[in-house]
Write a protein that binds this ligand. Structure first.
Ligand SMILES: [Fe+2]
Length: 322
């Protein structure tokens, strides 16, 4: 069974811009593997959470999911092969770069590379953020969540739910069809969306421990408003308050705070929309954007609100209000 989203593998023609954004804006810890060619990015005590390599070709993003051990990895491989996927074993060099004990990969029906690994190592040195932030919420909830726009909604839903044993958290039909799926206490580790547009990676959500770190990232983004793909807002399902920052490859980082968790007693809901307020999706076609506005208006008229649950705030407060 998949336990968590563990890491991302990125190939980008814009390595320098990536490093600048993730270190100076988001606050990740950058470790150079090969100068001007390859970096590992950290957001916690793990050896890496991203491996970013320079390419002369197109930008790509692969996801690495973690299982408990080699037995679980074998089980996943069998399920994939029985379902017709072509699975390849990671090389020694690939394992070393990622800091994992074992890894396989395959491509999903949209062509996204998916890796499954076990034994992601801890780093030898403490996490040193690129700017003074209170860290990211990871642990048993994994790196965060990824939302994919897919042209193969049914096949991807089958892959995650039937082969990877993800469970449905909730789903929506408007402003477009979406399924949110979980594999640990994080409300969703994968979101699948059929917007009618071409398949692409929509975003990776990273969760700060502290709300002020979202606000400061938003302040920085406001100096370049075109970098904001989705305005500040709050999601109706995981209750994350966030905004979306475009990265140099055109997909986005959702920078959020205070997600709620799911447990065994979770009941699947059909959602009335995707957000409680805000989250103006500048990339949507005009009719869909207007539909989203109308949904927000209906929710506001009904007075729909959600509690804020803060379970994991950092304690290293540096400012005291007199
Ligand atoms: Fe999200």
């Amino acid at each position: 069974m998949i336990q968590a989203l563990s890491y991302l593998i990125v190939e980008t023609p814009h390595l320098e811009a990536w490093v600048k954004q993730v270190r100076d804006h988001i606050g990740m810890h950058v470790e150079v593997v090969d100068p001007d060619q390859c970096v590992r990015l950290r957001v916690d005590q793990k050896f890496q959470r991203f491996v970013v390599t320079k390419t002369d070709g197109q930008a790509t993003m692969a996801m690495g999911f973690e299982v408990a051990d080699s037995t679980e990895l074998d089980r996943i491989v069998n399920a994939l092969v029985n379902d017709g996927y072509s699975v390849t074993k990671g090389t020694e060099q690939e394992l070393e770069l990622r800091g994992v004990d074992g890894m396989i990969f395959f491509h999903d029906p949209d062509g996204v590379r998916i890796e499954v690994c076990y034994g992601l190592a801890d780093a030898d040195s403490p996490f040193e953020p690129g700017r003074p932030i209170g860290g990211f919420r990871t642990g048993d909830m994994g790196l965060g969540h990824v939302a994919l726009i897919t042209e193969h909604f049914e096949q991807l839903s089958h892959l995650y739910r039937d082969l990877f044993a993800f469970k449905l958290s909730d789903h929506a039909d408007a402003p477009f069809r979406v399924e949110f799926l979980h594999c640990n206490p994080r409300h969703h580790t994968i979101g699948l969306a059929d917007t009618g547009g071409p398949a692409k990676v929509y975003h990776l959500m990273l969760e700060y421990n502290d709300f002020d770190d979202v606000g400061r990232a938003y302040d920085m983004a406001l100096t370049n408003p075109d970098s904001i793909g989705v305005s500040l807002g709050r999601h109706i399902n995981d209750h994350v308050t966030s905004f979306y920052l475009k990265n140099p490859d055109g997909w986005m980082f959702e920078l959020g705070w205070a997600s709620r968790t799911v447990g065994p007693d979770w009941e699947v809901e059909k959602l009335e929309g995707l957000s409680l307020w805000g989250h103006d999706r500048t990339w949507l076609p005009d009719d869909k954007r207007e539909e989203a506005r109308q949904i927000l208006k209906r929710l506001a008229e009904k007075g729909v609100r959600a509690p804020v649950v803060t379970t994991n705030q950092t304690t290293n407060q540096t400012t005291k209000v007199k």
